[in-house]
Design a protein around this ligand. Structure first.
Ligand code: HEC
Ligand code: HEC
Ligand code: HEC
Ligand code: HEC
Ligand code: HEC
Ligand code: HEC
Length: 324
């Protein structure tokens, strides 16, 4: 690239909206009050059925409000409610967070919305009724996906920032478009560097660090945020198998017919850009999101493979890293 072109690209990167804002939508100039609040108890001049509601929201609850766009009915808004079809053309056929179930329904495959529940693996046994706002700041903040700084309400200030802890190839479009949202929110567009055990681990504090081994034990305390080489030559992980990406656990494996899943997500602590996060190597680190989806999945405990249900893929995730 000639120097002039280089500086043009650099300038457009530095001054693009995504470089100035941190959360990409519902933040700063893209926080459009009228998307969620009715100024005079009406929407577009029409009375709101059953309204006006608390803080003049368009809907009776936060979950209903968010899902009024994020349920697949608005093609520009990333769909987070099962069944999700919008990522059919994307390589992974799913979003980074996976999907939730309807409000008030118990979710054996992940986080349930609008049901009072004891937080599992939380030392104080906190009871919580999850809404989108338990995890996302509805007025936007400087975190990736507007994730809350203090989701457990204990005075944390957790930063998980795009361009620092997470990288992507395609930024969300502004203004949003249907194709732009598929490109931005599908799973293979996101590369991870750091911060997940800290963020998930504020609510699930018993598994936030590896030193804890109290009851109820987490999967006999599978380590998190450790690299494939943490135990050096005594490693329990099969580094060569993980790097090769073929054979048991992986799609297209020729040893067990029909077995295999997409490579699990991992953190790459030395990455400085999206390409850096895609480097499959021994310094890759596993974290909560390696095994679990953030919203929910088709499998028990929000896992990325049917470990609890059984079937041909029951240990595919384990095999990718251990190949036993
Ligand atoms: C993405 C949806 C969304 C957008 C956009 C939005 N709000 Fe809100 N707002 C909410 C929710 C949700 C609540 C909390 C309702 C509750 O707690 O019951 C809220 C609460 C409020 C409150 C009550 C006090 C508080 O902070 O909780 C004010 C005032 C407010 N919003 C103003 C605004 C203004 C001004 C804008 C535009 C700059 C805006 N909101 C844009 C969702 C939104
Ligand atoms: C009027 C429709 C609408 C409503 C209501 C709405 N959203 Fe959104 N939301 C969108 C659209 C459209 C996008 C995609 C923006 C883009 O790709 O540029 C989006 C993006 C997002 C993102 C990704 C932001 C990022 O930084 O990448 C989150 C998180 C989100 N919404 C959460 C919420 C929550 C929580 C609520 C309820 C408090 C809510 N939304 C209500 C339309 C809506
Ligand atoms: C605001 C607190 C909070 C945060 C943050 C949080 N969780 Fe949860 N989690 C809960 C609560 C409450 C439940 C129990 C209710 C339910 O299953 O929805 C739960 C349940 C779960 C379950 C069990 C689901 C099942 O099917 O039984 C898993 C797995 C899980 N969380 C993983 C995660 C991961 C991974 C993250 C980070 C991406 C995370 N959690 C972030 C509060 C939280
Ligand atoms: C337990 C915490 C939690 C709850 C509850 C939650 N989210 Fe999320 N959400 C996340 C996390 C973490 C991510 C980022 C996952 C990633 O990129 O790997 C995310 C990602 C998203 C995205 C980006 C698209 C995607 O699927 O990756 C949108 C949009 C979104 N959430 C909206 C919502 C809405 C709307 C609700 C309520 C209906 C909600 N979230 C409830 C934690 C949560
Ligand atoms: C994303 C990669 C990854 C996945 C998936 C994974 N592991 Fe591991 N596992 C590791 C790493 C890395 C270590 C720690 C390295 C070491 O001990 O040398 C480890 C350690 C272990 C250990 C030794 C724990 C100890 O106390 O020393 C056991 C047992 C284990 N894993 C079993 C499993 C099982 C069973 C599954 C599937 C449910 C699984 N692992 C899934 C990467 C993974
Ligand atoms: C190596 C894979 C792996 C990693 C990494 C991992 N988990 Fe899990 N997790 C599992 C499996 C398998 C289960 C279901 C079996 C069980 O509960 O022992 C589970 C269960 C859970 C549950 C539900 C417990 C219950 O009683 O319902 C929560 C909550 C949870 N994990 C949170 C986390 C968080 C937070 C992290 C990161 C700090 C994390 N997990 C890292 C594999 C993993």
């Amino acid at each position: 690239m000639r120097p002039v072109q280089f500086y043009c690209v650099l300038i457009s990167v530095l001054f693009s909206p995504s470089a100035l804002l941190a959360g990409e939508w519902h933040v700063g100039a893209s926080l459009q009050c009228g998307q969620c609040h009715a100024e005079h108890g009406t929407a577009g001049g029409q009375p709101i059925p059953g309204g006006p509601y608390s803080t003049l929201l368009h809907k009776a609850s936060i979950n209903e409000l968010c899902l009024s766009c994020h349920d697949g009915s608005d093609p520009t808004a990333p769909d987070v409610l099962a069944p999700v079809t919008m990522y059919g053309q994307a390589p992974s056929n799913e979003s980074a967070a996976g999907h939730l179930l309807t409000i008030g329904v118990l979710n054996p495959g992940g986080h349930a919305l609008g049901i009072s529940a004891i937080t599992p693996l939380n030392a104080s046994g906190r009871t919580l009724t999850l809404t989108c706002a338990s995890c996302h700041d509805y007025h936007g903040n400087s975190n990736y996906r507007n994730l809350r700084y203090d989701p457990n309400g204990v005075g944390d200030s957790i930063n998980i920032v795009a361009g620092v802890d997470i990288y992507w190839l395609n930024a969300p479009a502004n203004p949003p478009t249907a194709a732009g949202s598929v490109a931005a929110y599908n799973r293979s567009n996101i590369g991870y560097k750091s911060s997940w055990a800290k963020w998930c681990g504020t609510c699930h504090d018993q598994v936030a660090t590896n030193s804890v081994a109290v009851s109820p034990a987490h999967f006999n305390g599978h380590p998190v945020e450790v690299s494939f080489l943490s135990s050096g030559s005594l490693s329990h992980a099969d580094v060569a198998h993980w790097i090769a990406g073929t054979g048991e656990g992986f799609v297209g494996n020729s040893q067990v017919a029909g077995e295999g899943i997409l490579r699990l997500p991992y953190l790459q602590p030395t990455a400085n850009d999206f390409a850096g996060t895609q480097q499959v190597q021994s310094s890759n680190v596993l974290s909560c999101i390696s095994c679990h989806k953030s919203h929910g999945s088709n499998f028990g405990k929000s896992l990325r493979w049917p470990y609890i249900e059984g079937g041909v893929n029951y240990i595919s995730g384990c095999q990718q890293c251990h190949n036993k």
